[in-house]
Design a binder for this molecule. Structure first.
Ligand code: MN
Length: 226
């Protein structure tokens, strides 16, 4: 039997050292740094985490991406990204890091105007979060090489100016805890990416901006918005 239409190309992330990592799902945690929760008008108390997702083909490794349609308020959210090498359901947080293949840096790009409208009307976030090129990512680093980072600076510069800065140690929910929670909502599998939340300082991107995202000791990424 042949495919009725051409098989879509798989989304892949390059791995430092040469291999390719196939992306299955992109899962994201919201409000995982207290100072960002506060800037979004939320109480950062430790309520259970909540999640949203982006389609796998929103991931981009291109050096430039187009400014998306249907927004005049595209926002940057710099985040550490976890890549799973093993899956499972109801994963014990104590063993969760064994499921991690590696880490990189990513941008959870957000059409903030569409998100604000969705929040106001109790509508889904999909079109605010899951648009084309909404998840630029850097090169993956293997956990076997760099370990499991739980501290270190995370930052975003635009046109050479610092816009966001925080430290991984400020995460409300750890990577282990996120894997534990997520795997009780859906069965996780190799190829899943988890965006781990953004520190404070989110703000607008303009056409022509050059973004430089860094997770210290993990990865960095440069991307232009054209
Ligand atoms: Mn985010």
């Amino acid at each position: 039997m042949s495919f009725a239409i051409p098989m879509p190309d798989p989304t892949v992330l390059p791995v430092a050292g040469g291999d390719l990592f196939p992306v299955r799902r992109v899962l994201c945690v919201a409000r995982n740094y207290a100072a960002h929760a506060r800037e979004m008008g939320q109480d950062p108390d430790r309520e259970p985490p909540f999640f949203f997702s982006k389609p796998a083909d929103a991931v981009s490794i291109a050096p430039s991406i187009p400014y998306p349609p249907a927004t005049e308020d595209l926002h940057h959210e710099v985040e550490m990204v976890v890549a799973l090498g093993r899956g499972g359901a109801a994963i014990d947080p104590d063993n969760a890091l064994e499921h991690v293949f590696g880490y990189t840096v990513g941008l959870d790009l957000t059409r903030r105007d569409i998100q604000a409208e969705a929040k106001k009307n109790g509508r889904p976030w999909d079109m605010a979060k899951g648009f084309d090129f909404s998840a630029p990512c850097g090169i993956l680093r293997r956990a076997s090489e760099i370990g499991h980072p739980s501290k270190g600076r995370i930052s975003l510069d635009i046109n050479g100016e610092r816009r966001q800065v925080g430290d991984l140690s400020e995460m409300i929910w750890s990577v282990s805890e996120m894997i534990g929670h997520l795997s009780r909502l859906v069965t996780l599998a190799p190829g899943d990416l988890i965006f781990t939340g953004t520190p404070e300082g989110v703000g607008p991107i303009r056409r022509g901006d050059q973004l430089h995202a860094v997770v210290e000791g993990v990865a960095e990424m440069k991307v232009a918005v054209v």
